[in-house]
Ligand binder design. Structure first.
Ligand code: GUN
Length: 284
């Protein structure tokens, strides 16, 4: 392996330490403890792990978290009622509805109903719009985490060709939005399932961000020698976690690469904590 390993655990630990210090100072000054309300519907095993990790991280950094567990029989109205209750609760600063929701529920009206000032995921259309205009209230956690990793590694994005694979509202689209902002200044291509000759496009990338949710979709030979490979995928294959990038082959060609696990995942959580502290500050 010739690539430098971008250690998400290490970088996220420094973000979390900063959040811990800032939270302690904020709470000492105001008497307010930032409070995240997490909503988990159903019993998807991966979602349970993610939410547990988010709660644990809150506790370690001095933030309060409350988990609202709803059964997989929950109706759209019951979920909307819970969000309305959390919107009205002044002790709650951040609301997170873990995705995906069970199939019978529609996430769009749920996310639309979260008060934008409590939308610590940055999924509300108002916050998406503000982010795209370069005046963010909350940056979406995973794309923000990726930007933080690039910054930490002194990887300059200006003028670089960044290829984002995947066009989800959670990662692909906002990731492209951040990379193209003034200051980041990348030239961005978004690839998706209908892209013609996706391998040829990926081969042109100086920075590849893989967020397709297909195990080892990006083969080693698609990585331009010296490119940076950021792997957002977390796929369970035979009880093992595998990213969207064929790690060992890609690591032979890339100049830097994120592992799975221990890459982007811990960064997402760290940025969520930062947003929750920010929401508490903005609530005063
Ligand atoms: N599911 C996968 N990633 C995320 C995330 O960042 N936030 C929420 N709420 N659900 C997710």
């Amino acid at each position: 392996m010739s690539a430098k390993l971008i250690d998400g655990k290490l970088i996220s630990a420094s973000v979390r330490q900063q959040v811990t210090d800032d939270t302690a100072a904020f709470t000492a000054e105001t008497g307010v403890t930032p409070h995240l309300a997490a909503v988990l519907v159903g019993d998807d095993p991966a979602s349970q792990v993610y939410v547990r990790n988010k709660e644990r991280a809150c506790g370690k950094c001095g933030l309060k978290s409350t988990l609202h567990r709803l059964s997989d029989q929950t109706t759209q109205q019951q979920l909307m009622d819970l969000v309305a209750e959390l919107n009205a609760d002044e002790s709650v600063h951040g609301i997170l509805v873990q995705l995906p929701l069970p199939k019978h529920l529609d996430s769009t009206p749920v996310l639309d109903s979260i008060r934008p000032s409590k939308d610590v995921d940055g999924f509300h259309p108002e916050n998406v719009g503000l982010m795209l205009q370069g005046r963010p209230r909350f940056l979406p956690c995973t794309p923000h985490g990726v930007m933080k990793m690039l910054e930490h590694e002194n990887i300059d994005t200006a003028g670089k060709h960044a290829v984002v694979i995947g066009r989800s509202d959670i990662v692909g689209k906002p990731m492209a939005g951040l990379l193209v902002q003034k200051g980041a200044d990348a030239t961005v291509t978004i690839c998706h399932s209908r892209t013609t000759d996706i391998a040829a496009v990926i081969r042109q990338a100086d920075i590849v961000v893989a967020a397709v949710g297909i195990p080892e979709f990006v083969k080693g030979d698609m990585i331009k020698p010296g490119a940076v490979a950021i792997d957002v995928g977390i796929n369970r294959v035979n009880d093992k976690l595998v990213g969207d990038v064929e790690f060992s082959a890609a690591a032979e060609r890339a100049s830097a690469i994120t592992p799975v696990p221990g890459g982007v995942g811990p960064m997402t959580i760290a940025m969520l904590l930062r947003n929750t502290l920010e929401a508490a500050k903005q609530s005063l």
